[in-house]
Design a protein around this ligand. Structure first.
Ligand code: ITT
Length: 195
């Protein structure tokens, strides 16, 4: 199956490829189709709304199925600054070393370090509008840990492991991450439809 991944985030794109390519999907990206998303704004209040908006925006420009992800980090002790606004925290162009350190500083006086990554995956142009969500619970580390992955990976420690997403590398992360869980639901949905 051919599907266009509607993301500018190279880290996300690599995870889509690692999870979907071995299952027989042929993935295209925004570059391949010269898609310009300049006019697109994430105006939704939920990950699901934003994922659907992104997928529809791109699907209106290309004649093929589109898959998108809207995701973010939710920190219980800092409920207002991340979530659906995770990419915009301190500005979209700010280096994640600075963003991650700022979060560690904001949490330094807090006892509750519980957090979760959430992903909503929207698929448009295949069978109506499809939506799949995944969540990975964990906590925020006390320091920057590891240098694999992207974004907030170096400060997030999932409950299943005693190391950050950025310490475990792609293969391990892709077994348990929010995005992997959501993509797994998409794959299962299609497999069930085929049976
Ligand atoms: P696209 O909209 O082009 O897909 P984006 O990076 O702007 O790319 P979002 O709007 O969904 O994507 O924002 C997601 C934010 O959450 C962004 O700051 C990511 O770095 C962060 N994030 C999401 N999943 C992550 C993961 O698996 N590891 C680290 N950070 C992640």
């Amino acid at each position: 199956m051919k599907i266009l991944v509607a993301t500018h985030n190279i880290g996300k794109l690599k995870e889509f490829e690692a999870i979907l390519k071995p299952r027989g999907y042929t993935l295209y990206n925004l570059e391949d189709y010269k898609v310009n998303m300049d006019g697109f704004e994430e105006t939704g209040e939920t990950f699901a709304e934003n994922a659907m908006l992104k997928a529809h925006f791109v699907h209106a420009l290309v004649n093929m199925p589109v898959i998108s992800d809207d995701s973010g980090l939710m920190i219980d002790a800092l409920p207002d600054i991340l979530g659906v606004k995770s990419a915009r925290f301190m500005g979209e162009d700010t280096d994640y070393k600075i963003k991650n350190q700022a979060i560690l500083d904001l949490l330094s006086s807090k006892e509750d370090r519980s957090a979760a990554f959430h992903s909503a995956i929207a698929v448009v142009g295949l069978q109506g509008d499809l939506l799949f969500e995944g969540q990975c619970d964990g906590h925020i580390a006390h320091e920057i840990l590891g240098d694999h992955g992207f974004g907030y990976d170096p400060i997030f420690v999932p409950n299943q492991r005693d190391m950050s997403f950025a310490q475990m590398g792609d293969i391990e992360k892709n077994k348990i991450s929010h995005r992997a869980l959501a993509l797994e639901k998409f794959v299962e949905y299609l497999n069930e439809k085929e049976d």
